[in-house]
Design a binder for this molecule. Structure first.
Ligand code: NA7
Length: 302
């Protein structure tokens, strides 16, 4: 298919590369020059990339960035054509998505929101999971593109429901990780080794995909960004604002948002969100470390 891919950040670049690998005819555009994808043509503006494309796929930071790609100067809106599908894999506000979809509809354009999970590793290996909102017919058409970039997609409902589901998912990731970080900090202060605690977590009902993914990085104190803290912070704010619009109270997330605020003030915005741990450590006056050998364990004969 002829695809315009807009936004070559941590996620977008690998996603576009996987589209090329799968044989699609890809044109890319990125705000800052110098980011290219081998085998793809590079365009000078979103409009130029979108002209003649069957599908325009966006993956940029936030709601304002999506709005400027679509409706800013030399935006996609200048190149809309009957039958085109616009897909947004950025994580943005569901209410804004509905407005964007409304604005492109008179040109005969379908709008699909397809935020994803799987982090940098999932984007690189083409094993993302997409949460999709949009009409069945539009989604059916872009199935080969999902297959090139991911391992699974869920149709959550009509346009904007993918974003709504994504916020509900990331809310949980933020809270689960914060629970893990608080557990590690308390354990460190009370003299329990972090690797031992991780072994206990893995052997019990406390285990989770979030801990499984994050623990090896945390034990190595590698806070380089897989999912930058600034983006998780953005998602937390989006969830809180969607909750406010819907008159839903999220007290735990409100507290976690304050921790992200402080972590940002400490200069951690571009580290992984796992770096919120370092704030808890600072307040507790400890540093979490894992000895290479985990807890002694033995099966109890029955
Ligand atoms: P990154 O690596 O921070 O990349 C962000 C991308 O968004 C990058 O290409 C940026 O271009 C682009 N961007 C940011 N602001 C704008 C504006 N105003 N206009 C156009 N383009 C912009 O993020 P990820 O790839 O990890 O994540 C992307 C999305 O997926 C995000 O919503 C996550 O929450 C999920 P730049 O190179 O800085 O010029």
């Amino acid at each position: 298919m002829r695809v315009a891919f807009l936004g070559l950040g941590i996620m977008g670049r690998s996603m576009a590369a996987n589209l090329v690998k799968a044989g699609h005819e890809v044109t890319t555009w990125n705000r800052s020059p110098g980011k290219d994808v081998e085998g793809a043509r590079s365009a000078a503006s979103p409009a130029e990339a979108a002209r003649g494309a069957e599908v325009v796929w966006m993956c940029v930071s936030d709601t304002q960035a999506v709005e400027s790609l679509l409706f800013g100067p030399q935006g996609v809106a200048e190149a809309l054509a009957e039958g085109m599908t616009v897909v947004d894999s950025s994580t943005i506000a569901p209410s804004a998505t509905l407005k964007f979809a409304e604005r492109v509809r008179p040109s005969g354009v379908q709008y699909v929101d397809a935020p994803m999970t799987g982090s940098k590793a999932g984007a690189e290996s083409g094993t993302l999971i997409f949460f999709v909102g949009g009409k069945d017919t539009a989604i059916e058409k872009i199935k080969p593109l999902f297959a090139a970039m991911g391992k699974k997609f869920f149709r959550v409902g009509e346009t904007s429901k993918g974003h709504a589901a994504k916020l509900a998912m990331n809310l949980q990731i933020a809270l689960i990780y914060e629970g893990f970080a608080e557990g590690l900090t308390l354990a460190a202060k009370l003299g329990v080794d972090a690797a031992t605690l991780v072994s206990l977590i893995e052997a019990s009902m406390v285990r989770s995909g979030v801990v499984e993914y994050k623990a090896p990085f945390v034990l190595k104190r590698d806070f380089s960004p897989n999912f930058p803290l600034r983006l998780m912070h953005k998602d937390i704010r989006l969830a809180l604002s969607a909750a406010k619009e819907a008159r839903v109270k999220l007290p735990a997330l409100e507290t976690v948002e304050e921790i992200y605020e402080l972590a940002t003030e400490e200069g951690h915005a571009n580290l992984d969100y796992a770096a919120t741990l370092t704030l808890l450590e600072k307040w507790a006056g400890v540093e979490v470390h894992g000895a290479p050998e985990a807890a002694d364990s033995a099966l109890i004969p029955k």
